[in-house]
Design a protein around this ligand. Sequence first.
Ligand SMILES: [Zn+2]
Ligand SMILES: [Zn+2]
Ligand SMILES: [Zn+2]
Ligand SMILES: [Zn+2]
Length: 407
Amino acid sequence: MEGDRRTSPPTQSLLPDGHLVLWTLCSVLLPVFITFWCSLQRSRRQLHRRDIFRKSKHGWRDTDLFSHPTYCCVCAQHILQGAFCDCCGLRVDEGCLKRADKRFPCKEIMLKNDSRAADAMPHHWIRGNVPLCSYCVVCKQQCGSQPKLCDYRCIWCQKTVHDECMKSSLKNEKCDFGEFKNLIIPPGYLTSINQMRKTKKTDYEALASKFGKQWTPLIILANSRSGTNMGEGLLGEFRILLNPVQVFDVTKTPPIKALQLCTLLPYRSVRVLVCGGDGTVGWVLDAVDEMKIKGQEKYIPQVAVLPLGTGNDLSNTLGWGTGYAGEIPVAQVLRNVMEADGIKLDRWKVQVTNKGYYNLRKPKEFTMNNYFSIGPDALMALNFHAHREKAPSLFSSRILNKVCGIK
Ligand SMILES: [Zn+2]
Ligand SMILES: [Zn+2]
Ligand SMILES: [Zn+2]
Ligand SMILES: [Zn+2]
């Protein structure tokens, strides 16, 4: 009897135990399933977005948080995250991306319509998200100050105008390319060059004379890996202010290829702005030397530097500063380049040969920039260089490198 009593409780507790197992399984598996399903949906959305990015003529980039109050260019809603085009500046939320892509054209780097004259191009207005502190070209009052999608900006000349001040005459007005017209390569110019190349004409001087002697087109060669990836953001800012065709990422297009654009521009007119450290500047200067060897001496550009890397000794000596971390706006950098005077840099090709009896080793060739620097700067650079040579892996961060330099 006693034995029967002892065996009965387990049969009664089987059911609650089963429930417990079921509930435990549910509480463990359900969150796992939900997380898995969410990540599947997210990756599917990402794939879809990347597909649109790849096919699009805009230079779309994702962002988790816009730095300024932003409104979607399609649905006009206030948005915190979404995508922006780093050529024309359109901003959109994820849901409206496809519609924005179809509805709005991006900056035309070359005119499609050949009948238009090379120097006559109307403004290209886009609505909303005009920069803070911009002023209307018509009434001279502040623009874009209302918390909604309002007012227009021309993506070439950067002029802004109120919704109510926008007239049809302004819509058809010729764009003068604004403040940086002397640095921008107009799309019409490239269309004319293209037509001339078809007829095998290479006298671009007459064509360029329309833009005047002060036209010194600028080519941007930025290293997107320099300055803890600051180069990436800078590339976008330059594309917004200039023609995207004149902005290159040297990690994707090597300087020697990018500099071939100089051969389509008037002789001795081009300026190049190198955004990177001494290494990138050296790379570009080597490419300039190569142009000389190729017999393209008359196309050689003047080189300016925006120091982004760690070693910016050459840039400092040339008067471009020791490092750029966004202290001045990109527009001011362009103004500095416009106002800069050119100087000649003493460059040497050094050949090291083995003088031994059995001269089997190939002679080594180096390029040397000869400049003079004295005082604590030079000492610091020398000490830093010596330390980096000993342990290169310890000097991969720019901020850390600066701290070591101060020490
Ligand atoms: Zn939207
Ligand atoms: Zn665009
Ligand atoms: Zn314009
Ligand atoms: Zn106005």
